[in-house]
Design a protein. Sequence first.
Length: 256
Amino acid sequence: MKMKYLFYPLWSFVVAASPAPCHTRSEKPPAFILAGDSTTAVQAANGGGWGNGFLSFLRDGAWGVNKGHNGATTVSFVKGGDWATVKGYVDSKKAEGYEVYVTIQFGHNDQKPAANISLEQYKTNLENLALDIKSRGGTPLLVTPLTRRSFTSEHNASDSLHNERLYTIAAADATATTYLDLNKYSLEYVNAIGNTSAQNYDLNGYGADMTHLNSYGSVVFGRLVADLLLQKEKGLEKYFTPNETLSYDLQHGIAA
Ligand SMILES: *[C@@H]1O[C@H](CO)[C@@H](O)[C@H](O)[C@H]1NC(C)=O
Ligand SMILES: *[C@@H]1O[C@H](CO)[C@@H](O)[C@H](O)[C@H]1NC(C)=O
Ligand SMILES: *[C@@H]1O[C@H](CO)[C@@H](O)[C@H](O)[C@H]1NC(C)=O
Ligand SMILES: *[C@@H]1O[C@H](CO)[C@@H](O)[C@H](O)[C@H]1NC(C)=O
């Protein structure tokens, strides 16, 4: 592999670039509620994201549920009742003694013209979701959208969620919410490994779906989300089964 495709050393970059607070946690086990679109959702015929792969690493009393909804936007997720379900989980898991985290990742559908959601509105919606979780005593985690694996050349995936990444980060900054920069690191990763390797994660077979993930892709990008989280939220390590090989590959741009 050529040097120019190698990752920046991931952890040092995250620490240097991110002024977001590193919380020191209580001893309560974490509960993770995953809110988002199909790039978070459970693997199915027409959708599937990183969520279940992320949850597969939980251990030691940690709990999680994947509420990703295929086709969802920041508007439809609320209007269709999914957000009410998420809030119900926040309340019940808090009452059961968990420290509750809610990952919030949208953008793939919000950006479609038919959704008619401006970037400003998208940002405001993300802010409202984050504040809603905080007001219930949970910890929101804004996640920048998983990259698509649609390439213009072998080592250049199209940066098609560039603006959604920037507005998600702006929403996090405006609400003092921790964000996980999945878009940046997933894009760098697929660019490093190249189109040929990146299509191994496609839902429905090699080269078939360059947005959604198969079960293995879910584990790979779920690990990336877990590693980004562990970098920012101290004290959660014991609740995640490590996979040092996979984490190493992700940090060094090696095809997993
Ligand atoms: C799009 O949204 C704007 C702002 O809410 C609204 O004024 C406009 O009517 C909408 N357009 C369509 C085609 O729905
Ligand atoms: C990427 O790989 C897929 C699957 O083999 C192929 O259909 C596509 O043309 C490739 N894209 C580029 C830019 O090489
Ligand atoms: C990747 O492709 C885009 C769009 O074609 C182009 O603007 C950009 O310069 C390319 N990046 C690299 C590193 O080749
Ligand atoms: C770690 O990840 C690698 C690559 O995805 C996988 O092959 C391996 O089975 C995993 N190891 C464990 C202990 O889960």
